[in-house]
Design a protein around this ligand. Structure first.
Ligand code: CA
Ligand code: CA
Length: 137
C-alpha cells in the first residue's frame, strides 16, 4: 500500500452510512484498506463499499481548456500559484484544469510547472520540435 493515502475515512459501526470527500487522483491502481482501530478487531463485520469515479479529460498544458497552449495558460497557472501562495483558496485551478497545469504530474502546481509550460510554448514558437517528455526530465 502506498504511504500517501488518497483519502481516509472514519466510519461508525452499526447501520450507518458515511461518505468521503471527493478526491482528485490520477489514473492508476488504488487499494482499499479496511481496518478496525480497536483491540481484537471485528473480522466478521459486514460492510458495503461503493465508489463513484468520474473521468476527467484534459490536454496537458491547456490549463484554461480553450484548445490551445499559449501565454494565457501561463497566466492562469501563475495567477493560481500566486493566490495559493498568499493563502487564498478561491478560484484556483482545480479538477481537469489543475491536471492540465500540473505538467510534471507531481500533484502540485508550482513554478516548475510554469517553467515547463513556458519552455514548451517558447520551443513551439521557435519551430523547435518538442513534446512534454522532452521538456519534463
Ligand atoms: Ca489554453
Ligand atoms: Ca507539478
Amino acid at each position: 500500500l502506498r504511504e500517501d493515502k488518497a483519502v481516509t475515512l472514519d466510519a461508525a459501526l452499526g447501520k450507518t452510512k458515511t461518505e468521503s470527500e471527493t478526491v482528485l487522483v490520477r489514473g492508476g491502481t488504488y487499494y482499499v484498506e479496511v481496518r478496525h482501530k480497536g483491540i481484537g478487531g471485528f473480522s466478521d463485520l459486514e460492510y458495503t463499499l461503493t465508489m463513484q469515479a468520474e473521468m476527467l479529460t484534459y490536454t496537458k498544458g491547456d490549463a484554461n481548456a480553450d484548445g490551445s497552449i499559449d501565454s494565457t495558460d501561463v497566466f492562469e497557472m501563475m495567477y493560481s500559484c500566486a493566490k495559493k501562495a498568499v493563502g487564498r483558496t478561491d478560484d484556483l485551478l482545480e479538477g481537469a484544469n489543475f491536471l492540465a497545469a500540473d505538467i510534471d504530474e507531481n500533484d502540485t502546481l508550482d513554478s516548475t510547472d510554469i517553467f515547463y509550460e513556458m519552455l514548451y510554448i517558447a520551443s513551439k514558437g521557435a519551430g523547435v520540435p518538442v513534446d512534454w517528455d522532452s521538456i519534463v526530465k
